[in-house]
Design a protein around this ligand. Sequence first.
Ligand SMILES: C[S@@+](CC[C@H](N)C(=O)[O-])C[C@H]1O[C@@H](n2cnc3c(N)ncnc32)[C@H](O)[C@@H]1O
Length: 242
Amino acid sequence: MFAKWLIQLPRSIRNNRSNLSNDLKFEGEGDNQMQKVEYIRKLFVKENDVLRSIEDGLAQRGFPQISVPSEVGKTLSLLVKITGAKHILEIGALGGYSTIWLAEALPEDGTLTSLELKQEHADFAMENVRKAGLAEKVTFLVGDASKTLTTLKDTGRKFDFFFIDADKPNYVHYLEKSIQLAHSGSVITLDNLFHGGRVLDESDQNPAPNALRQVNQMLASDPRLESMILPIGDGVGLARVK
Ligand SMILES: C[S@@+](CC[C@H](N)C(=O)[O-])C[C@H]1O[C@@H](n2cnc3c(N)ncnc32)[C@H](O)[C@@H]1O
């Protein structure tokens, strides 16, 4: 029933790094919603040169334009600073756009470990991280995140902050693994929890929206978590591990 509310915004007025979320508006508030997003971006988001260059770099390589939108990057960065996180785990690097927002917020001795399936994505992300002067803090582990998460668990390492942004059908699994790699007070964030509005349309029973409905339910009811969805971008999950 929600499907008919959803209207695609013309590409011309979307932020180029927009995820599905920025395509989403609700009848009667669509233009106004986009105006709010643009207002927020203008006032609060300052991308450095490397962040600004990633969109073109992705296009030149034929990689998808599915980095988080800039206001989500800024929010993640703020959350890292507010929580004082020192060790971040990211799932899904692509060109390193979110990686740079997150790593820039770390203290001097902070680390970010990013799990990425594709070697060519990790190479481009590392190139950007190097240009941003963050190479000493960031490590990319290439391979299927499920396997890497199991290996990380075996090392006994714990992380203070997580950003899950890959492979939607496995989100429940990634959330579970993240909880196992967390400590009390760790923060877990997840992108695309509305999946461009498809999560709201119960008639859409495809694997990705179903998996996201499941992860949203887990965020809302798992006794190990206290959570919320921030209605920015495509819906950003924010959970604190108890
Ligand atoms: C949405 S993009 C990440 C965007 C990035 N977080 C940003 O905002 O700049 C998802 C990335 O996850 C990677 N990916 C997909 N399946 C994966 C898996 N099973 N394990 C690890 N990475 C995966 C893709 O190759 C892609 O680079």
